[in-house]
Design a protein around this ligand. Structure first.
Ligand code: FAD
Ligand code: SF4
Length: 328
């Protein structure tokens, strides 16, 4: 590991000021960044620890729930307001990592966590455009069981690994940011970038900007949203496919739907085409499968992950069936 210095920020302003010095990096729980430093994928010369900054979870007067970026994943999952108003977020967090890691990992760090593509981690022997732009991509034509079938590019087919972010995408969460240019709030759907020709640029965060909170609006749909993760082992494994979905219907027709996929794309994948296909339809297995197909028509799988198309279709249909009382 390359030597680095360490300082703990006492306030948001302190963190932003310190990060401006010599390209320092923020440190949340360290469960991803320290791993990447140990593997010589990342080499920050200095870390600004933001884990002591506000991690409060509080309802605002307008009803929104604001979750501080330093809130630990385990604490967020267990919070009564999260469990009752946003059960899919609680489920998604509990589906991730292990209890020990969830007790260290922060909301800000989870939003910023990097892909688990094995070639990205293999700094000694593999070519990776995300680690070293222009060097090539060993996952294309290599081992790509976990890789993307939607939104990838000829430069990079890595998936975004977060469970939490899939729920946030379906919930239309907002990300509150502060930085040298002042505060701003963006939709979580605009936070993660697709790889295009620059897979190394992964988010909309500008240099020196800090995530300070995530904001969620309550709704009947959010309160009934589900999260399901399909993986190789029952625990401690990243998603092959995951689905966060909510649906409402009246007079026998679907009037609203929110769907996001994990494990399929370089970012949490909001399934707008599937949502559109559902609105106005009668809840049925045929309608759910047609919605999945509308979304997955753009899939471009690799030989190692072609199974994901069918798995995603079946998983979405199963989740929607459960939400609508297993209608056929
Ligand atoms: C064995 C293992 C299994 C795992 N399994 C899963 C899983 O199944 N599902 C899943 O979703 N995740 C999983 N994870 C990933 C884990 O959830 C992430 O490592 C964690 O969420 C990162 O949070 P952190 O606070 O530790 O981030 P850190 O490691 O501290 O930081 C990660 C990145 O975020 C940046 N950062 C941190 N805080 C901020 C902030 N406030 N503003 C701006 N940038 C910031 C850092 O600079 C760094 O680039 C697993 C991790 C491990 C080690
Ligand atoms: S898929 Fe992306 S992260 Fe993985 S080796 Fe290729 S460029 Fe690197």
């Amino acid at each position: 590991m390359t030597p680095f210095s360490y300082a703990r920020a006492a306030s948001t302003a302190d963190a932003i000021r310190m990060a401006g010095e010599d390209g320092r990096r923020f440190l949340g729980g360290g469960t991803n960044l320290v791993d990447l430093m140990r593997r010589s994928v990342e080499h920050p010369a200095a870390l600004v620890d933001v884990s002591a900054l506000p991690g409060t979870i509080a309802a605002r007067d307008d009803g929104a729930l604001v979750i501080g970026a330093s809130a630990r994943n385990g604490v967020v999952a267990a919070h009564p307001l999260v469990r009752t108003r946003y059960p899919a977020l609680s489920r998604a967090l509990l589906a991730g990592a292990s209890a020990q890691i969830r007790n260290m990992a922060t909301v800000g760090g989870n939003l910023m966590q990097r892909t688990r593509c094995a070639y990205f981690y293999d700094a000694a022997a593999s070519r990776c455009n995300k680690r070293e732009p222009g060097s090539g991509c060993d996952a294309i034509g290599g081992s790509n069981r976990y890789h993307a079938i939607l939104g990838a590019s000829p430069s990079c087919i890595a998936t975004h690994p977060s469970d939490m972010c899939v729920a946030l995408a379906a919930l239309d969460a907002k990300v509150q940011i502060e930085g040298p240019g002042g505060p701003r709030t963006i939709s979580v759907l605009d936070f993660h970038r697709l790889p295009g020709e620059r897979p190394d640029i992964e988010t909309a965060l500008e240099p020196g900007e800090l995530i300070v909170a995530v904001e969620l609006r309550p709704s009947p749909l959010a309160a009934r949203m589900a999260y399901r993760k399909v993986r190789d082992r029952a625990s401690y494994a990243f998603a092959l496919v995951s689905v966060a979905a909510g649906i409402t219907f009246s007079n026998g027709r679907i009037d609203d739907a929110r769907i996001a996929f994990g494990g399929l794309a370089p970012r949490p994948w909001r399934a707008h085409r599937a949502e559109e296909a559902l609105i106005g339809a009668e809840p049925s297995l045929a309608a759910f499968e047609a919605a999945a197909e509308a979304e997955l028509a753009a899939a471009a799988p690799q030989p190692g992950n072609a199974f994901k198309v069918d798995l995603a279709r079946r998983t979405l249909a199963a989740v929607l069936g459960e939400l609508t009382g297993d209608v056929r």
